[in-house]
Ligand binder design. Sequence first.
Ligand SMILES: [Zn+2]
Length: 449
Amino acid sequence: MNDDIIEGASNSEDEDEQESVEGMDEGELNAISPAKKFVLDKADRSLSELFRWYKSGRIVIDPEWQRNYVWDTTRASKLIESFLLDIPVPVIYLAKNDQGKYEVIDGLQRLTSVFNFFDNQYKLHRLDLLDNYRGKTFAKLPKEVQNKLEDSILRSFELSDSSGDIHFIVFERLNTGGVKLNDMEIRNCLYRGSLNALIKDLSKNDNFIKAVSQKTFHKRMQDRALVLRFLAFYERTHLKCTLGLKRFLNEFLATYQDCPDSKLQEYRKVFEKCMKASLTVFGETAFRLKSDIAKPGKYSSGEWSTRPNAAIFQVISTSFAKYDLGQVAQRADSIYEGYIDLINSDATWVDRVRRATGESTRLKYTFERWLERLDDIMGATQAQDVRRAFSRQLKKEMFDAEPTCKLCGNRISLIDDAVMDHDARYWLGGQTVPDNANLAHRICNLKKG
Ligand SMILES: [Zn+2]
């Protein structure tokens, strides 16, 4: 939800919410066990009671949610006025957790407006009917008006005895407040624990930030959504993702919610290694497609997309987990060329990282095709430092000297569009010596082959 602008897969109601990561569509939750049930209690609570709960920490408003408070003073003032005039205020939804505390599912704007007013954080203004209270904080209101407000009732529905999918779905459906929470933000509330804390921490990893290279992607927790994907696919592999991506990610979080230190350390280590490896191979344009890659039958010569793609991220980043950094660095150029070749030659793969990325069968394809390639490259007998002939460095030298296609005679505008014409799969480590190597357009070379 709310994650994918380019593919039109978003169900976001916030049209102006710019997402900085592509391919985030997780699909729908499916195959819910019918045994799961939940209880929704109705309660009428006074504002003073709710405020007391808030002060004592019984109502949990995550500090990270505070930034989602978007009401201005005018809107907050009108809410206070509604209470004073007995104008009905929409019901709020709370979820009771294991410790008897309440998470706010829906009602963050209303509750925060009330709590801030009781805390004298703003003055009433632009009231429609109660103009004599304009400019007053709670403390400055007449005592009987304070009492009236404290005794005002806010109806709440309180969700309890629920877990897993039901909890997530109720949260997803009911949360309609000022800013609709996305999947990761909901997870951040539902699966608190050591794993969630680690995800938050890893999202600040330098190499990760560099490789993704996206200034605003920490907004709306998109960075954490990527870290979660990494850990889930690393731990469970794509083979376990058979009921859709959303369920896969939720199950991983639920299973490892309070995972032990040893596991956390393992996760940290492998994440750091894989981010370093990704940066070594792809630099600061990792996990992307080319901007014009979608045009059918045409080789891309375009620039890298400005936005990383989550479906590519989960495949590429986890693929380095079983190799050590030295192995990857030694074959960095071959891996890079192998990736360029993949996105240029496999239209199905490109389609599957762009559309309906949460579907298990589509997702499986993206992993398998890349892992095959990477295995080929890593298994090649000659590492590229042995035969510089097959390295990107040589190609760059040739390109800088004479960027002309030997097959069609036209200019090659970008180095990624160039291949050595003697062997399209030279990135696997061929045998040809540099003397008879020529540069050609990828497409020309492919036609010839
Ligand atoms: Zn050509």
